[in-house]
Design a protein around this ligand. Structure first.
Ligand SMILES: *Cc1c(COP(=O)(O)O)cnc(C)c1O
Length: 466
């Protein structure tokens, strides 16, 4: 399987190179040249499969021989062995034909574990084979950093450096990162905000000459193709559990960078009968405005109670645009250049019509989010995190057909976002799961650095293992 850039001017890459490459050299994102397709009979034959076996069936056509089947199975097995619940992605019912897909059973309590546990093991496997070592560098405002660190902490061939804005992430989020004490894990608390962190990361990627010979930086943000690929699996898993492919299933997805819902769209194109795909946003609503009124305009960042969805622009939407424009890389390059300079992207009539046929969308304010947490808790005693609550209400608002099961993706455990839960007035302190009960007494290790590229480079240079 070859992977091509959405901007049409970068070399096609094989699977392993795509895992190690972030942005394509033309600024685009990599996507598979052809999407695998599964027949109705084939999907039906997967009913009842355990998560890991299903994952192998869904993922292997994308890997297409680049990794021997036995090795890929082993990578998948270890990646999901850290999940607490033995269903890996259990379903819970919260209403008539309304289900919550709990994607927070992994080590850091957010759905990003699905992709980053897998990516960590995949990286280490590819690097061992190539006798290569890399440096993973990323910036986080919360969930991504801890999931990436958990994914890489046992990787022999990876040193990982994660920047977070000093004193601007929650205590739970910081401790999930800084209490990981393996010698290849480095947390940097930057004296600055999240944008400053991101800018230093970008500048480091642009000039990697500070690294020892033979080392390169690897990005683990959601533009990495392997992350999207791993997320396709749970759409199949949930749909099969609820009767697909003999009936259609709908999904509602709390959306930030468009990685998670893009995986749902791919599942649909691969043959899974999905009726509705709902884009659920907070007040950072560029996607909702785009689908609803062709208004894809960059606006200032708003801080919400669902911080993991606080984005100005959804980076993976470019992958969607590529399909909406019949995979015409030249057009995507023009559109993205125009967007970069003007802050506005207007879809042509046909791509817009297609997007509106594929997706419903809805936006929630913080007040509405809190009201949903309260309402669902009062009727079911089930506690939603604020991101998941947005998905649930978006589903209830946009739902077209009550006879089709609606699956709302639960992207985080409520204990990760105690503020919103407290504001909903139901539970004072949502308890952390058992394996994290001692989080607040564990030792921490992190380095505070000034907002300086030189200081960052020096720190990385000093701490890379030989
Ligand atoms: C990252 C994240 C999201 C947004 O996912 P995207 O793939 O960026 O759309 C939603 N909820 C939580 C809890 C997250 O951590």
């Amino acid at each position: 399987m070859k992977y091509i850039s959405t901007r049409g001017a970068a070399p096609a890459l094989g699977f392993e190179d795509v895992v190690l490459t972030g942005l394509a050299s033309d600024g685009g994102l990599y996507v598979p040249e052809h999407l695998p397709h599964f027949s109705h009979a084939e999907i039906a034959s997967w009913a009842g499969l355990p998560y890991r076996e299903l994952a192998f069936n869904v993922i292997s056509p994308f890997v297409a021989g680049a990794i021997p089947d036995e090795d890929l199975k082993r990578i998948i097995d270890v990646s999901y062995s850290t999940f607490r619940h033995n269903a890996i992605a259990p379903l819970v019912q919260t209403g008539h034909n309304e289900w919550i897909l709990e994607l927070f059973q992994g080590p850091t309590l957010a759905f990003k574990d699905f992709a980053l546990q897998f990516l960590g093991h995949l990286l280490d496997y590819i690097l061992a084979k190539r006798q290569q070592k890399v440096v993973v560098l990323g910036a986080t405002s919360g969930d991504t950093g801890s999931a990436a660190i958990e994914g890489c902490r046992r990787c022999e061939n990876v040193d990982i450096f994660i920047l977070h804005p000093h004193q601007r992430v929650s205590d739970v989020q910081r401790r999930q990162m800084t209490t990981v004490l393996e010698p290849n894990v480095h947390n940097i608390a930057l004296r600055g905000n999240f944008d400053d962190c991101q800018n230093l990361v970008k500048a480091s990627f642009a000039d990697q000459s500070f690294l020892p010979a033979g080392r390169q930086l690897v990005a683990v943000n959601s533009i990495n193709w392997a992350r999207i690929m791993a997320q396709i699996v749970y759409y199949f898993y949930a749909a099969l559990a609820l009767g697909a492919p003999h009936r259609k299933i709908s999904f509602s997805v709390p959306t930030g960078n468009f990685g998670d819902i893009f995986a749902g769209y791919l599942a649909q194109r691969m043959g899974l009968p999905i009726e509705q795909l709902v884009i659920a946003t907070n007040s950072n609503d560029i996607l909702h405005r785009c689908i609803g009124g062709n208004d894809h305009t960059r606006k200032p960042l708003l801080h919400s109670l669902s911080p993991s969805m606080d984005i100005m622009v959804s980076s993976n939407f470019e992958r969607m645009l590529f399909d909406l424009y019949d995979r015409d890389g030249d057009q995507i390059r023009q559109l993205m250049e125009e967007f970069k300079s003007s802050g506005r992207l207007t879809l042509a009539a046909e791509p817009l019509r297609r997007a509106q046929n594929l997706f419903s969308s809805h936006r929630l304010s913080d007040e509405e989010t809190i009201a949903v947490i309260r309402e669902v808790f009062e009727s079911t005693e089930y506690l939603l995190d604020p991101h998941t609550a947005i998905g649930v209400q978006a589903a209830r608002t946009t739902r077209k057909d009550a006879a089709t099961p609606m699956v709302c993706l639960a992207t985080a455990h409520p204990a990760k976002f105690p503020d919103a839960v407290r504001q909903a007035g139901q539970v004072q302190n949502p308890a952390l799961p058992h394996h994290m009960q001692d989080l607040f007494t564990r030792d921490e290790r992190y380095q505070v650095l000034d907002d300086s590229l030189e200081h960052l480079k020096t720190f990385i240079g000093k701490n890379i293992r030989a």
